[in-house]
Design a binder for this molecule. Sequence first.
Ligand SMILES: *[C@@H]1O[C@H](CO)[C@@H](O)[C@H](O)[C@H]1NC(C)=O
Ligand SMILES: *[C@@H]1O[C@H](CO)[C@@H](O)[C@H](O)[C@H]1NC(C)=O
Ligand SMILES: *[C@@H]1O[C@H](CO)[C@@H](O)[C@H](O)[C@H]1NC(C)=O
Ligand SMILES: *[C@@H]1O[C@H](CO)[C@@H](O)[C@H](O)[C@H]1NC(C)=O
Ligand SMILES: *[C@@H]1O[C@H](CO)[C@@H](O)[C@H](O)[C@H]1NC(C)=O
Ligand SMILES: [Zn+2]
Length: 508
Amino acid sequence: MAAESWRKQMYLLWSVFVFWTPLCWGRPDPQQRQALLQQEVIREVGGSVVLNDKEKLLNQKLHQLKLQEMELPEFPPAMHFFKAKPLIEQSAVFSFLQKMPKGAALHVHDFALVGVEWLVKNVTYRENCYVCFTDDNSVRFLFSTGKPKYKEHCSTWTLLKTLRLNLNSTELDNSFIRNLTLFTEDPDKAYPNQDVVWKRFEQAFLVAYGLVTYAPVFKDYFYEGLRQFYMDNIIYLEIRALLPPTYELDGRRNSRDWSLRTCQKLLQQFRAQYPDFLGARVIFTVHRGLNLTEAVKAVEEAMTLQRNFPDIIAGFDFVGREDTGRPLWYFRDALEVPEKQGIYLPYFFHAGETDLEGTDVDQNLMDALLFNTSRIGHGFAITRHPVVKELARKMDVALEVCPISNQVLKLVSDMRNHPAAVLMAEGQPMVISSDDPALFGATALSHDFYQAFMGFGGMRSNLATLKELVINSLRYSSLSPAEKDKAITALLVKWDKFVSESLLQTFW
Ligand SMILES: *[C@@H]1O[C@H](CO)[C@@H](O)[C@H](O)[C@H]1NC(C)=O
Ligand SMILES: *[C@@H]1O[C@H](CO)[C@@H](O)[C@H](O)[C@H]1NC(C)=O
Ligand SMILES: *[C@@H]1O[C@H](CO)[C@@H](O)[C@H](O)[C@H]1NC(C)=O
Ligand SMILES: *[C@@H]1O[C@H](CO)[C@@H](O)[C@H](O)[C@H]1NC(C)=O
Ligand SMILES: *[C@@H]1O[C@H](CO)[C@@H](O)[C@H](O)[C@H]1NC(C)=O
Ligand SMILES: [Zn+2]
């Protein structure tokens, strides 16, 4: 035994001598040093992107700009987004990123697309809008011809128009805005832990629910959502949608098919108005609190929707907090239904949005891949699972990294410590997305790009990183190979135009 360990030690010593001499004796060989640095560069996201002359010039200017902003006394990615936001909005890097064509937003939820100001200032001012006040300091809205029936844990319904006569409208509107977002002056105090912040998060969805499921509002909301994303230089979206029934003034309910037909029509209208917009698809989602019987039904429903609306339905996913919901493995009998019937229903699972290392929930990442997921929503925990990480890479399954969401929902506080810093350095397939921008008070995608570029990208992320991330957003979309080629070509035309125009701009 002792002899063996001695031999091992000698071997180690010998191998150090043979392989690392230049590193251990005196000054390291500068060429070797350069070669090692280069090896790291090649591995990172964007490492194999070759920039043309114009892009190289732009990259230099961007690097300078970044250096300047890194030296400012306050570094926004190190702060909570609610405090960082006004600083970010003064940043020249941010305005550069706003103008940058960003391709697609692949991880966003249906009722978190439109800035809540629009909901309050436009939607709640419409006729027949009723409000009630819940026991737990929240509100609910409902459109109705007559006074709606009593709702549990809520005051009697009041016509908002009448209420506005007696109350200060500005103050009332501000309180509605607070109900619809997570924004608060002192987030650390308001949200001491994940339980508290998730409770408020789910409540904000309920506040929006009565507004956005009113059929006429549903239409305007979807259209306005597309418009806000388009204005943030996004040309394509994949929206995770619960597709709840919408309702009419008399209480009649419309089916899921109605919602999808409506989305199809609105997309046509939108593309007629903005011809360079490519479109949007829906990932049908259900809550991960469902039981198995309900989940089987939901998967069957997803298959039916996919059959009837193949152009708009991209696939299926579960939503809701992973830590308190059911793990994917629980749903295995439901998830195997399509394959048993010889049907391919693409999955886009949220997985690894957790820090409960080693629990059943923590296995979602692996199970998502075993069920052949097309992408992984978040994948925040993946650096703790080297095998899963390698598997994701082999299968070319991209992570949808949503920096601001992870920070607000308390998985990370300083963006420089986001696991995506490691993943980016290793060149793990990824896209940047925004999850629920309306609830966080963020723009469609620009704020999240800022966090990725300045926060976990650090000084090494550059124009090549951005270009790869932007191309990834279409490469990892659910579009067919032919559609992807077309989309990427269209994106690159916009990109080149952006590069030329930026060189003439005055950010610098
Ligand atoms: C509300 O939004 C709709 C649809 O986007 C628009 O047509 C209408 O003019 C807006 N109304 C107000 C008062 O802003
Ligand atoms: C929600 O709005 C109600 C009514 O104006 C208000 O009393 C309550 O404080 C608001 N809740 C939050 C969390 O801001
Ligand atoms: C309503 O409240 C706002 C903000 O508190 C205040 O500035 C404004 O003067 C008030 N308006 C009226 C009519 O009282
Ligand atoms: C699943 O949930 C449904 C509806 O909530 C309920 O009727 C059913 O009994 C549940 N099934 C199981 C197996 O728990
Ligand atoms: C797995 O997913 C890929 C695309 O992500 C698809 O082409 C393939 O058919 C799927 N395989 C099965 C068995 O579902
Ligand atoms: Zn999500």
